[in-house]
Design a protein. Structure first.
Length: 461
């Protein structure tokens, strides 16, 4: 049995059965038989109806889903509620996008050899989808990896993080209550070694992964020939702050982007490059704001930052921060654990570029500030790591904004907003070691389909 403990106080929430190889084989066999027998494919209008009913059920259980996600994942109640509302909207987006799964006409008659032909493409479901999810958005990530597959017409097998399986199981139950046909969305709670068997099977057509780059790239190397994949890993998001930045709007954005969910977000602000003329002022005001943030029980509606997902993560973050201080960083706030499970908002000024806080993803409530004189030098340092996901620049000069966007190595660059901004209909994903493929509800649906071309030859054309 898997013991699911609350990350804040380690209270046992629930015990969940762990399955083995036999259950994995059964799930794969079920999903594969559904896909290979086209008589079992679900018509578009029925997929839409299931998703609409799912959305209605979720809308009536916002409080229940919010408390469950906050309890097992540690994200504060107010942020978990936003996540639940996002998840509901994600289901809505998937339902709306079913009607947009379409092909196009391919022109013929452009050469002598292509005369008397009519050609067009359609899009078909790619096949069996296997998804491995992460803990930090225990409901919304599950939605992104399951309803996209179902909307595309694919049977999906989802493995949630072992720290946060309950939101996943609750969502699959809701799908079943909404009338999803048996076998079209299966949740597997298994150890990582068993999940590898699920991923590398030749019956899998698409693999969706959210988690560490070490695991993601390893699993990609083991995929069967022809299996398409999307990998979403971490980052160490950089922000460039120019002297003309608007402090009144920037400070709340930096606090949100740096400390939301205690920094346990792949696009959290980690490296803040600030022009030397305003660096002291910004560091002081950001520190004042960070000290006001409330760290505590995620079920308390006043809490701004909850716990880290596991006590060992507190140990790791504390070790990295102390290393940075020993290497010359100035500690502006935080820096000492609150408890075995909670770590305070921490700001470091000018840590060494060799310190782990500067060159590895922290995944904790730590923001590093670096003073710069030349923007191009700051951008060069920002681009120097192997991880490239989302980035940001704060300036009121359009030319500087455009130039910075062009030069930063990132899949998305926010102008006058924090790096963690996201809406679920936009493209979202890392590049280089941060991942491959593109998320976002419509983009995932598109990737989970494939083209088929039909060419009709007739003397009447």
């Amino acid at each position: 049995m898997l013991k699911v403990n609350a990350p804040y106080d380690q209270e046992l929430i629930k015990e969940v059965p762990i399955v083995g190889k036999e259950a994995v084989e059964k799930a794969l066999k079920t999903a594969y038989s559904l896909f290979t027998d086209q008589s079992k494919w679900i018509p578009a209008h029925e997929r839409i109806a299931v998703l609409e009913r799912t959305m209605a059920i979720m809308s009536n259980r916002v409080e229940e889903l919010t408390r469950l996600a906050a309890h097992e994942g540690g994200k504060p109640y107010k942020d978990s509620k936003v996540e639940v509302l996002r998840a509901i909207n994600g289901v809505k987006l998937a339902a709306e996008h079913v009607s947009k799964i379409n092909g196009e006409q391919i022109p013929m008659g452009l050469t002598k050899s292509s005369e008397n032909r009519l050609a067009f493409t359609t899009r078909e479901p790619i096949g069996v989808v296997v998804a491995i999810s992460a803990f930090n958005h225990p409901l919304n990530l599950i939605v992104h990896q399951t309803v996209t597959a179902f909307a595309a017409g694919c049977p999906v097998i989802i493995k949630p993080a072992l720290t946060t399986p309950l939101s996943c199981l609750a969502f699959v139950d809701i799908l079943e209550e909404a009338g999803i046909p048996k076998g079209w969305c299966q949740a597997i709670i298994c150890e990582n070694e068993v999940s590898e068997l699920l991923v590398v099977d030749e019956r899998v057509n698409y693999f969706s992964f959210i988690g560490s780059d070490r695991v993601g790239w390893y699993l990609r190397s083991k995929l069967s020939p022809g299996t398409r994949c999307a990998l979403e890993h971490g980052g160490a998001a950089p922000v460039i702050v120019e002297p003309d930045a608007d402090f009144s709007s920037m400070l709340p954005a930096l606090l949100q982007g740096g400390f939301y969910h205690s920094g346990q977000v792949c696009v959290s602000i980690q490296r803040l490059f600030v022009h030397h003329s305003i660096c002291e002022r910004l560091a002081k005001q950001l520190t004042e704001g960070a000290k006001k943030l409330v760290v505590g029980n995620p079920l308390d509606k006043k809490t701004d930052l909850g716990p880290l997902i596991l006590p060992r993560e507190v140990d790791r973050v504390e070790e990295w921060v102390h290393e940075a201080i020993q290497n010359g960083a100035e500690l502006l706030c935080g820096g000492q654990r609150i408890s075995d499970t909670c770590y305070p908002p921490t700001i470091l000024l000018n840590p060494s570029l060799e310190s782990r806080v500067s060159n590895l993803e922290i995944f904790g409530p730590v923001v590093c500030i670096y003073s710069y004189s030349d923007r191009d030098d700051a951008i060069e340092i920002a681009n120097s790591l192997s991880v490239h996901f989302q980035a940001a620049v704060f300036t009121n000069d359009l030319n500087i904004a455009l130039d910075t966007v062009k030069k930063l190595n990132a899949t998305a660059v926010m102008v006058n907003d924090h790096t963690a901004f996201r809406v679920d209909w936009m493209p979202f994903g890392g590049r280089d070691s941060s991942g491959i493929g593109m998320g976002g509800i419509p983009y995932s649906i598109h990737e989970m389909t494939r083209e088929k071309l039909m060419v009709i030859k007739s003397s009447k054309l």
